[in-house]
Design a protein around this ligand. Structure first.
Ligand code: GAF
Length: 384
């Protein structure tokens, strides 16, 4: 039977029932929302995600026969793989598990076989990084089981390598950095060039506010090809401008003058202005002025809609309705072409605003969205 759970004790019971012995431990890694800084990570720029309470849980124990026996309770499916099966290009949910074993081995670590039973309540395909959560949970479990001395950021980079090379998705480091480094009560200000990480206090309730996350449940049809196309445009722009990455553009107007193509100009304008918005967001959060995030969220959304062109009508409607219903500011979060929006709303209003958006979706003939209130939570860790 399919099971979606966030409870370590229940997972231990599942492990006992399926594997017939005690797990050595239980590990977890969270999904994330990105507060601001979209499509900046692979441009060597800035991001500011925070971890969700939604997470992947893994109960695990070593095996002596050198195989990995992995059960996903969500998919009600078990996959067994051996060292010879660890070939990039594997598909399905198991690729995220096998990819981590592969990345660890490629980095020279000895990884013994294990039994792994996992469950996740991170919504899939919603732009909340369910795959990075899975990779980082597996990595955290295997690092402990195999006594590996790998620090946080190195873990994030290995998980990203699994995603980029084994699974084949050309993402940046943000999602794995968030799943690994985030701490409860904080957003993570991360510099994707220098790897500098700062935990910025993000206590919305002290400001009388909360973060509504609304999943538009829009199918992510073009996400892979369009993501790769945006990345390629940014790299092409950096090449034309003679800089290592768009992070290095200091004079936006001068850069735009040098670029012949209006589409590339828009892509560059998004990345440069988005980096500036992240820096501004860090400033206001350091001063505890959470409400001042609102215009930055709005401007970020407009930039993604008009310049980076990664929103879809459902996402734009959700953002517009959130604002019209009393949100201080709102934006799409994540890679785009569907997925979730976040809205900064007065405390106690998330429910009402979520319902307003559901109504506007019904009126527009869209399927029902889902929503929850986000609480900045802990990164990957051992639970027991
Ligand atoms: C996806 C990617 F995985 C991240 O690396 C990042 O580029 C994001 O889209 C957009 O900001 O989540």
């Amino acid at each position: 039977m399919r099971r979606v759970s966030n409870d370590a004790n229940a997972l231990v019971e599942d492990f006992r029932a399926r594997i017939g012995r005690e797990p050595t431990g239980v590990w977890a890694a969270p999904g994330r929302v990105n507060l601001i800084g979209e499509h900046t990570d692979y441009n060597d720029g800035y991001v500011m995600p925070f971890a969700l309470a939604h997470r992947v849980l893994i109960a695990a124990a070593p095996r002596q026969d050198g195989t990995w026996n992995v059960t996903s309770l969500n998919n009600d499916s078990t996959k067994i793989f051996q060292p010879a099966d660890l070939q990039p290009g594997m598909s399905g949910w198991q690729a995220y598990v096998a990819g981590v074993v592969w990345a660890l081995q490629e980095a020279g670590h000895q990884i013994d076989g294990s039994d792994l039973v996992l469950t996740s309540d991170v919504p899939e395909g919603a732009g909340l990084s369910s795959s990075a959560a899975l990779e980082c949970a597996v990595l955290t479990a295997l690092a402990d089981l195999n006594d590996l001395d790998i620090v946080g950021l190195e873990r994030a980079k290995l998980a990203r390598r699994a995603e980029n090379v084994f699974v084949g998705a050309p993402t940046g480091l943000m999602d794995q950095a968030a799943a690994t480094l985030c701490t409860a009560g904080h957003a993570l200000f991360f510099d994707c060039r220098t790897d500098d990480a700062e935990q910025v206090r993000f206590d919305t309730s002290s400001a009388g506010l909360e973060i509504l996350v609304l999943d538009t449940k829009t199918p992510h049809a073009l996400v892979d090809s369009e993501y790769a196309a945006r990345r390629a445009s940014c790299e092409e722009a950096a090449r034309l401008l003679g800089v290592p990455a768009l992070r290095d553009v200091t004079d936006l107007d001068a850069a735009l003058d040098k670029l012949p193509d209006p589409v590339i100009q828009r892509r560059v304008r998004h990345v440069i202005t988005e980096n500036a918005r992240v820096l501004e967001a860090v400033k206001v959060l350091r001063m505890g002025r959470i409400a001042d995030l609102a215009p930055l969220l709005d401007a970020s959304h407009e930039s993604m809609r008009d310049d980076f062109e990664i929103t879809v009508p459902q996402v734009d409607l959700a953002v517009e309705t959130a604002r019209a219903s009393g949100a201080l500011g709102a934006r799409m979060t994540g890679g785009g072409f569907g997925g979730c929006i976040i809205a900064l709303v007065p405390a106690g209003e998330a429910e009402r605003i979520g319902h307003q958006i559901a109504q506007s979706f019904a009126t527009a003939g869209y399927g029902p969205p889902a929503h929850f209130t986000a609480v900045p939570s802990a990164g990957a860790q051992r639970l027991r």
